[in-house]
Design a binder for this molecule. Structure first.
Ligand SMILES: Cc1cc2nc3c(=O)[nH]c(=O)nc-3n(C[C@H](O)[C@H](O)[C@H](O)COP(=O)(O)O)c2cc1C
Length: 190
């Protein structure tokens, strides 16, 4: 696949096939992820592959209790339409066989940017290999935030690292019928 094709074909996959991902493919997408630019070339990133039921259960535990107003009304969610949400939202990882957590050292220059650019590389490389991905907010932002969840952080991340991206990875159940339209009027020339 040409790079441009992979860029256009990458999509947020919200239902994965019941099919494992070959280890060589996992190694390859992580290898390519590490070609991302990163501040001062520190390359301080780490990739935690969560594949066990134990690991997935600990992720669900970290998500904790739903926010107070959660699930009270129908919400318009990209990829789902209007739905009443269940907690934890996407707690089945959309059926993905693996979840990849990308963390980094918060003490390097621009600590989050390298790991997040690595995440994009990883998603494009996965697309090229016939895989699909989903960036998950619930399992990234503030996942490790209090005494209980900080214990879980030790299980997942190297000491002192922070979590910057969490991706569900697997084979897509199907290709999307329609991609979200790309908006125009985004360029200025001066
Ligand atoms: C920072 C970030 C957080 C996201 N969080 C979620 C999420 O929690 N759940 C989800 O279904 N999609 C999530 N997405 C995917 C976006 O909804 C998706 O990229 C957008 O709707 C465009 O669709 P596309 O990726 O198929 O082009 C996230 C994307 C980004 C970059």
């Amino acid at each position: 696949m040409e790079l441009r094709e992979a860029i256009e074909k990458r999509f947020s996959c919200r239902r994965f096939a019941d099919k494992p991902v070959e280890e060589e493919k996992i190694q390859e997408i992580i290898r390519l992820a590490t070609y991302a630019p990163n501040g001062k070339n520190t390359q301080k990133w780490h990739f935690t592959i969560v594949e066990s039921e134990e690991g997935k259960e600990k992720l669900r535990q970290a998500a904790g209790d739903p926010p107070e107003d959660f699930g009270k009304e129908m919400k318009d969610v990209p990829g789902y339409g209007k739905v009443k949400l269940k907690w934890p939202f996407q707690g089945d990882f959309c059926g993905a066989p693996i979840v990849i957590m990308i963390s980094g050292d918060p003490n390097v220059p621009w600590p989050d940017i390298g790991p997040r650019l690595a995440a994009e590389n990883l998603m494009l490389a996965a697309t090229d290999l016939g895989l699909a991905t989903l960036w998950s907010t619930l399992f990234t932002k503030d996942l490790f935030r209090d005494e209980k969840t900080l214990k879980l952080k030790e299980y997942f991340l190297p000491e002192g690292y922070e979590l910057y991206a969490t991706l569900f990875v697997g084979y897509p159940e199907k290709q999307p019928a329609k991609r979200p339209e790309r908006k125009g009027d985004i360029i200025s020339w001066r």
